[in-house]
Design a protein around this ligand. Structure first.
Ligand code: NAP
Length: 507
């Protein structure tokens, strides 16, 4: 059974243990650990066992939290000198290291990650906190001299960036620690208070991280973790006290939030799934290894997961053979077992959608090259489907992201056809190019309607050292160290008028 072991040290203060060994967590609301009568159950994707409960906050509690953050918290964080904020991030990085095993256990039970993937996520979160030092270089302003316009002679201005006040971060289930930490870092390093709404499927890393933030001395009234179901968020999303919404989630959720949220600043990291374009002169074995990692890592539940492979005719057969060979090496199962490389999918509904998408593809002429079957309520075989280029656009998979390990392989006559098929999707997150012909690569880089192109590598956003983000239905804005600062701050122009003071004597 997928039960969560008791946490260690101070983390024991934020939950109680029920008679059935289920841990009931409180959540952090502006310095107060809060519980409610009404609790939400949290299930493990490994076997759908309930392993924790979290408070289900009503609007009144959230309203009070926003009031505290708006009246006090946003000034407390702004009044904390930048170098002290950085020290808090460094302390947080050490605390994450200290409590690593607790976070790893939660990521394995709660997300179905393998221990190695869970450790990778903790590493990324630690590194993101440490790299906050690089964000601050984008927090400077500009000096604008006045003498380039007659109207502004004998004046000058400073254009500075300042925080927008409160950032509402809405995070997805798939990176419940890293996404939280990433949004926390760029929002608060810039001096914003932070309201976090974690995914209902995986809320614990956010709550646990709030405990570490409290321990690290982060201003109490500048942080709240609101455990509210997404469908009850409309009133909160509309709230004018919130200056920025930073959402990572599906395109459908992004559209809804922007429709309801009105005039605000938005960072929207939305859905997609990526294309790999394989050129005739690529190495078929190395490309196949990388593409299969791109298809199967974290069970394909990554926004930058590869969902389409478009390969030129001369390499097609060899690549196909190598892809199937690599897929055979993937071992599906309980991520706690040795040797398992692909764990479960977050919920049975997504697996139902997978079965629908496979049937749809086969009915439209697709051939299953590998996988295609459900292995349990939340388990699937990693799947590769081959289809002719004339039919690929009809597929459900082409029109809608199916968030697990399934990809489509199609032969193309040239790179232009591959680009056309890739750009034909409504998404535009990333693309991967495999090959050596610099002219073809350069042309593809120019033509692809995506936020990032990875050359001879599968798409991986990592800690955002290189910025990432989507175009078209994949989003607005960029996440990346030093880049997202732009979206969580506003310019303020300060004009100094010295007219007649004899400072400048213009001819
Ligand atoms: P999701 O269902 O869209 O949920 C994302 C978050 O939005 C959750 O916290 C969810 O809360 C919340 N939410 C849902 N409806 C809402 C509403 N009406 N108002 C406000 N919040 C709402 O996505 P997911 O299944 O967790 O994550 C997978 C998706 O995220 C995929 O589409 C993937 O491509 C995308 N993603 C994108 C990136 C990127 O960098 N571009 C990175 C990772 C993931 P509940 O959980 O309570 O419903």
């Amino acid at each position: 059974m997928a039960k969560l072991k008791e946490l260690s040290g101070e983390l024991r203060e934020i939950y109680t243990v029920n008679s059935d060994e289920v841990l009931s967590f409180k959540t952090y609301i502006a310095g107060i650990w809060t519980s409610t009568k009404d609790l939400e159950e949290v299930k493990s994707p490994i076997d759908l066992e309930v392993y924790a409960k979290v408070p289900k906050l009503n609007y009144e509690i959230v309203d009070m939290a926003l009031q505290t953050l708006y009246r006090k918290g946003r000034w407390e964080i702004r009044d904390m000198p930048g170098e002290k904020r950085l020290k808090v991030f460094h302390t947080l990085a050490s605390l994450l290291e200290k409590f690593r095993q607790d976070f790893v256990n939660v990521l394995v039970i709660g997300n179905g990650k393998t221990p190695s993937a869970a450790n990778g996520e903790v590493n990324a979160a630690i590194e993101r906190l440490e790299r906050a030092d690089l964000d601050v270089r984008k927090l400077y302003g500009e000096y604008v001299p006045g003498d380039w316009s007659t109207e502004s002679l004998e004046a000058e201005a400073i254009v500075r960036r300042e925080p927008l006040g409160i950032v509402l971060a809405i995070t997805p289930f798939n990176y419940p620690l890293f996404d939280v930490v990433n949004k926390f870092v760029y929002s608060t390093v810039a001096g914003n208070a932070f309201v976090l709404k974690p995914a209902s499927a995986t809320p614990l890393p956010a709550i646990m991280f709030a405990k570490l933030a409290e321990m690290a001395g982060f201003p109490k009234e500048a942080l709240a973790v609101i455990t509210v179901p997404g469908k009850e968020m409309d009133k909160i999303v509309q709230d004018k006290r919130i200056g920025v919404i930073s959402l990572t989630g599906s395109t459908e959720t992004g559209e809804q939030v922007m429709k309801i949220g009105g005039i605000k600043q938005y960072v929207m990291e939305l859905g997609g799934g990526d294309s790999a374009l394989v050129m005739a002169d690529a190495d078929p074995k190395v490309s196949a290894q990388k593409i299969v990692t791109g298809i199967t890592s974290y069970s394909g539940q990554r926004c930058d997961s590869i969902k389409f492979v478009f390969a030129e005719e001369p390499i097609y057969d060899k690549l196909k053979e190598n892809l199937v060979e690599e897929l055979r090496k993937v071992k599906v199962g309980d991520p706690r077992q040795d040797g398992v490389t692909m764990g479960p999918v977050i919920d049975p509904k997504t697996v139902d959608e997978f079965e629908f998408a496979v049937k749809d593809a086969v009915s439209k002429g697709g051939a299953i090259l590998y996988g295609g079957k459900r292995l349990g309520a939340t388990y699937i075989e990693p799947t590769l489907i081959e289809i002719d280029k004339s039919k690929v656009k009809d597929l459900y998979l082409y029109k809608k992201e199916v968030f697990l390990s399934i990809a489509v392989l199609t032969q193309v006559s040239n790179i232009e056809e591959a680009i056309e098929l890739s750009n034909g999707r409504r998404y535009g997150l990333d693309a991967a190019l495999f090959g050596n012909d610099i002219n073809k690569i350069r042309k593809a880089v120019r033509m692809l309607e995506v936020g990032a192109v990875y050359i001879n590598e599968y798409p991986k956003h990592g800690i955002g050292y290189f910025p990432f983000g989507g175009r078209k239905d994949s989003g607005i804005g960029r996440e990346g160290i030093g880049y997202t600062i732009e979206y969580v701050t506003a310019y303020k122009t300060v004009v100094y008028n010295y007219k007649g003071k004899g400072i400048w004597e213009y001819l």
